[in-house]
Ligand binder design. Structure first.
Ligand SMILES: [Zn+2]
Length: 399
């Protein structure tokens, strides 16, 4: 994904924002229909049916008709893809799009490749119903079939051209690496390396917490509240930038160094990674703290989306060399002797085998198991959890 700073005029900004609103409206309607659907109503409406409904809606509502049909149809296609990704297990459930947070739309097809170079520093792209919008030519534009225009929470506009990066040739050493999504770090490699995505520094996290407390105290609709919100948005945007940067660097590095890259299969990950509720023996029906909150810590939330992105980029850059491994029990199994027991996991960070005494960083131990492809014995395999389609849609955690 090549991203450039878009420089719309104030009038264009208003027009772009209206398009974002239309795309979001259409997406949320599609999501609502999908979440509320019950089997007795027949098969879930797919893209074709929803596109037909969109045509009807455009006939009925002038404001929707005033927007670009390309943008609105694309929002439906994107939603359709999101649902497919969800059922394929590679992505989370589609979430609600919120004003101010999810401002963007996508243009696909011949319109996307019509780019005019204005001079050395500037180029322009045609946006339906908006016209020619300039963007800064910070590097060469790839030959792309689509682009996406977004406005981040700080109010910066970007244009990103979706071009799958050139695959990186395998080093040919036959080396295999396992990558585990760490609990204490962003990713652990079977080589023993611990990779950390910077996210927000301790000081920045402190500041974020402080700002969030101030936001809670600020009067709704006040100038102060607006200022605090903007400051929070800026921090989120910064974390997002760093995360994307980290994903690009890490995926390139792994694709260059290893022939085969094994990662945990996301399909089963959420089930195995959630800490179990601990019943309180003193108080029937009550629960003791189980570190669930700690796991869902600030930076973790911010980094949550980084993992899926990393796997996606790996699959682009090391095409055909990425293998998905069922992660069940990788964190409880000894990478030295294969003994599998929950007691092996001394705590979040340390693994100590109860059978052979092997001791290692818990994430690295899991990464070694993933590298070996020895994830689970068939006997203990648990079927993936089916999430009820009626469950409340979750809000996205990322910026
Ligand atoms: Zn052992």
């Amino acid at each position: 994904m090549s991203r450039y700073r878009l420089d719309p005029t104030p009038a264009q900004q208003a027009a772009l924002l209206a398009q974002c609103g239309h795309a979001r409206y259409v997406w949320n309607l599609a999501l609502e229909q999908w979440s509320m659907w019950t089997p007795d109503k027949g098969p879930t409406p797919g893209y074709v049916e929803q596109a037909r409904q969109l045509t009807e809606a455009r006939g009925a509502f002038g404001w929707l008709r005033a927007g670009s049909q390309t943008v609105q149809q694309q929002a439906l296609r994107d939603f359709d893809q999101a649902v497919r990704n969800f059922y394929a297990g590679t992505h989370r459930r589609p979430t609600w799009r919120r004003a101010g947070v999810h401002e963007g739309f996508r243009i696909v097809g011949s319109q996307a490749s019509r780019i005019v170079k204005l001079n050395r520093k500037w180029a322009a792209v045609n946006v339906p119903k908006v016209g020619r919008v300039q963007f800064r030519l910070s590097r060469a534009v790839p030959d792309a079939k689509s682009y996406r225009i977004t406005r981040d929470r700080v109010g910066r506009w970007h244009i990103a051209f979706a071009a799958i990066p050139e695959p990186i040739p395998a080093p040919g050493t036959g080396e295999v690496v396992g990558v585990d999504r760490g609990v204490t770090v962003s990713a652990a490699l079977s080589t023993g390396e611990l990779l950390t995505c910077t996210g927000l520094s301790d000081r920045e996290q402190e500041r974020l917490k402080h700002l969030q407390r101030r936001l809670a105290r600020a009067h709704p609709g006040s100038k102060r509240r607006q200022r605090v919100r903007a400051a929070i948005a800026k921090l989120h945007a910064r974390a997002g930038d760093r995360r994307k940067d980290w994903v690009e660097k890490t995926s390139t590095d792994l694709a260059r160094r290893f022939d085969v890259i094994r990662v945990e299969d996301l399909r089963v990950a959420p089930m195995t990674r959630r800490p179990k509720p601990k019943p309180d023996p003193e108080q029937p029906g009550g629960y003791l703290p189980n570190r669930r909150r700690a796991k869902a810590g600030l930076n973790r939330g911010i980094l949550a989306n980084g993992w899926g992105l990393l796997v996606q980029r790996l699959e682009h850059k090391a095409a055909g060399r990425v293998e998905r491994v069922n992660p069940a029990y990788t964190s409880q199994t000894c990478s030295a002797c294969g003994h599998c027991a929950p007691e092996n996991r001394e705590n979040q960070a340390v693994f100590r085998c109860a059978a052979c005494g092997h001791q290692a960083n818990a994430d690295v131990n899991a990464a070694v198991n993933i590298a070996a492809g020895r994830a689970v014995s068939a006997r203990r395999e648990t079927p993936p959890v089916r999430v009820s389609p009626k469950r409340e849609p979750q809000l996205a955690t990322s910026a």
